[in-house]
Write a protein of this length. Sequence first.
Length: 170
Amino acid sequence: MSDDVRKILEAVARGEISPEEGERLLKALQAQKGEGEEKTRKRLQELDEREYVLRKGETVEGKLVLSGKKTLIEGRVIGDLVLLSCDSFFSGEVEGNMVVIGGKIVFAGGTVKKDLVLVGAEEEGEKPKVGGSVTHISNFLVETILKMVSPLVGNIVVTPGKKEKEDEVS
């Protein structure tokens, strides 16, 4: 119960306001709260369209393809990870290949079980442990093509869905 609701109920109990006045105040509070929740819901939806977050302990099964987003990958991808023109932070785990095309990626360790391919991407930080090969492709032609194509492929997400880490029962 919120502090405002408690104060209204206490005022009714003490006889300072009538039950009808208390009811009107509670309805006004509820309406105000609904407007705030709607604004919050819209803001979260806007963020969801521009950002993708896979937190530590979360898992995505299957290929994860993201385009034109701010991404935070701390969790686990059981499959391949493709980042196309994203602004990314990576410290997670990829069971397959990881491909970064254009954009920027900041590495903070992590692991890639197979190959890591970087095509025209800005990169910094401590690279992940890579089980396969690391390939860098960067030249003027690739970067020019990526700049032309990036606006056309913004905000794409292809994923079968996230799963929370299941607690093991002994």
